[in-house]
Design a protein around this ligand. Structure first.
Ligand code: AMP
Length: 420
C-alpha cells in the first residue's frame, strides 16, 4: 500500500480485466467501422460554456456534476461529462459538414467525468464508446445506430438487455406538450427541488425514480398524444425499420433522458442484471444542438455506450471472456552468458511476431521455471553454458513436459511451425 489511493469514484484498470476492457471497446466499435463511421478524438477538457449551452444548464450533469475549473490563464474549462457536444464542436470547427458527405459519421472512445455519488456501476470517471451521425434527418439513420448498438452488444454475447424507445417531438410539438405538462405539474404537491425542475425542465420530472412522485404522475399528459404529424410519421418509420431488422424494442412513453438536446428519437439500452444503474447505453436525435452551440442547422443522431457497465453486464450474465493472451514463449537463462544469448533470442522472436518473455531479475532455475509456468506460456526456452557451447537451446513444451534441443539459428522457424 502506498500513501495514495485512486480518488473517490475512480478505479484502476488492471490485468486481466483490462484486457477484457480493450476487447469490449473493440467489440463496441467494430459494427461502427463496418458502417462507415470514422474515429475522432477530442480534448478531455473544453470551454465550460460548450456544456452549459449544449447539454443544458438545467440538467444535473451541468448544474451539479461538472468538474469545472479556472486555468492559471483565466479560462473557464470543464472536464467533459459526455462526448456529443465535443464531437459536434470539433466537426463544426473543422468544417466537416461542408467538406464531406452528409451525414458526417464519427465514433469515439474515451473517459467522461461526472461528480456523481459513486456506487456500483456509477463512477466519477467512466468510459464510453460513442457514435454520432451529423447533418442528416432520416429515420434510417436513427434505426442504423440502434441496430449497430444492438449488434455490438450481441457480438459480446449479451442477451438480457432491452431497448426502450420514445420520441420527444420537435420544436413545433414539444413546447405545446411542455406547457401542458407544466400546467399539470403545477397542480401537484411536490418538494421544492421538483418544483424547480418542473419549471426549468418539466420533462425530467417524468424520469423521477421515486415511487411517491410516480404515483402523482398518474394521469399526466403524455408526449405521445402531442406529437405532430411529422414526428409521428418519423417515429413510425424508425419503429418499422427496427422491426424489419429483427431488433426488438419496448415503447417507453416516459423515457426522456438527462440531456436537454434530444429531439424526436430517444432510446436507452437497459440491462436487467445491473440493479439501479441499469442503463448500459443510450442516445437519440439532437436536431437543435448545432444551433445551440453557434453552428448551422445540422440535424443529428448519436449514442454513447458505457464501457464500465457493459463489463458489469457481461459479468452479470456470466459471459466468459477470452483470457488475456500470454506470451507463447518464456525464456529461462542459466548463467550470465545464457542471459545475453536468450535476451537476443527473445528480441529476435518478438521481431518475428512471436510473443516472448524472459525471467528477469537473475532468478535461479527453480524460481525461473515457476515464473515460466505462471506466465501461461506454451513453451519454455532453457539454456545453460553447455547447450550454448553447442549452439543449442532446450525447448520445453509446458503442457506435455516434453523437452527437445533446438539449434539457436533454427529457433524462430521451429517455434513458428510449432505455434501454427
Ligand atoms: P448518458 O450520457 O448519461 O446517456 O450515458 C450513456 C451511458 O454511459 C450510460 O448508459 C451508462 O452506461 C454510461 N454512464 C453514464 N454515467 C455513468 C457513470 N457515472 N458511471 C458509469 N457509467 C456511466
Amino acid at each position: 500500500m502506498s500513501t495514495f489511493s485512486a480518488p473517490k469514484g475512480t478505479y484502476d484498470l488492471l490485468p486481466p480485466d483490462s484486457a477484457t476492457v480493450l476487447a469490449v471497446r473493440e467489440a463496441l466499435a467494430a459494427p461502427l467501422r463496418r458502417a462507415g463511421y470514422g474515429y475522432i478524438e477530442t480534448p478531455v477538457f473544453e470551454d465550460v460554456a460548450l456544456f452549459s449551452r449544449g447539454v443544458g444548464e438545467s440538467t444535473d450533469i451541468v448544474s451539479k456534476e461538472m468538474y469545472a475549473f479556472t486555468t492559471r490563464g483565466g479560462d473557464e474549462l470543464a472536464l467533459r461529462p459526455e462526448g456529443t457536444a465535443s464531437v459536434l464542436r470539433a466537426a463544426l470547427q473543422a468544417n466537416l459538414h461542408r467538406t464531406g458527405n452528409l451525414p458526417v459519421k464519427l465514433w469515439y472512445s474515451g473517459s467522461q467525468y461526472r461528480y456523481e455519488r459513486p456506487q456500483k456501476g456509477r463512477y466519477r470517471q467512466f468510459w464510453q464508446v460513442g457514435a454520432e451521425a451529423i447533418g442528416a434527418e432520416d429515420p434510417a439513420l436513427d434505426a442504423e445506430l440502434i441496430i449497430l448498438a444492438d449488434d455490438a452488444y450481441r457480438s459480446l454475447g449479451l442477451r438480457n438487455f432491452r431497448i426502450l424507445l420514445n420520441s420527444l417531438g420537435d420544436r413545433q410539438c414539444r413546447p405545446v406538450y411542455r406547457a401542458a405538462l407544466q400546467e399539470f405539474l403545477r397542480g401537484l404537491e411536490l418538494d421544492e427541488d421538483t418544483v424547480r425542475r418542473a419549471e426549468l425542465n418539466p420533462l425530467r420530472v417524468l424520469d423521477d425514480k421515486r415511487a411517491s412522485v410516480q404515483a402523482q404522475l398518474v394521469g399526466a399528459p403524455m408526449l405521445a398524444d402531442y406529437l405532430c404529424e411529422d414526428c409521428k410519421a418519423y417515429h413510425e418509420q424508425v419503429r418499422e425499420l427496427l422491426t424489419a431488422a429483427g431488433v426488438g424494442f419496448e415503447d417507453d412513453p416516459k423515457l426522456v433522458r438527462g440531456l436537454d438536446y434530444y429531439t424526436r428519437t430517444t432510446f436507452e439500452f437497459v440491462h436487467d442484471g445491473l440493479g439501479s444503474q441499469s442503463a448500459v447505453g443510450g442516445g437519440g436525435r439532437y436536431d437543435g444542438l448545432s444551433e445551440m452551440i453557434g453552428g448551422p442547422a445540422l440535424p443529428s443522431v448519436g449514442w454513447a455506450l458505457g464501457v464500465d457497465r457493459t463489463l458489469l453486464a457481461l459479468e452479470a450474465e456470466g459471459v466468459v471472456r477470452e483470457p488475456a493472451p500470454s506470451s507463447d514463449v518464456f525464456a529461462v537463462p542459466l548463467g550470465e552468458q545464457a542471459r545475453k544469448v536468450l535476451f537476443g533470442a527473445v528480441t529476435g522472436l518478438r521481431r518475428e511476431g512471436v510473443s516472448a518473455d524472459l525471467a528477469y531479475g537473475g532468478k535461479g532455475l527453480k524460481a525461473a521455471m515457476k515464473a515460466a509456468d505462471r506466465s501461461g506460456a506454451r513453451f519454455a526456452l532453457v539454456a545453460g553454458e553447455r547447450d550454448l557451447a553447442e549452439g543449442l537451446v532446450q525447448l520445453k513444451d509446458l503442457t506435455s513436459g516434453d523437452q527437445t534441443p533446438v539449434a539457436l539459428d533454427a529457433l524462430v522457424a521451429t517455434l513458428k511451425e510449432k505455434l501454427k
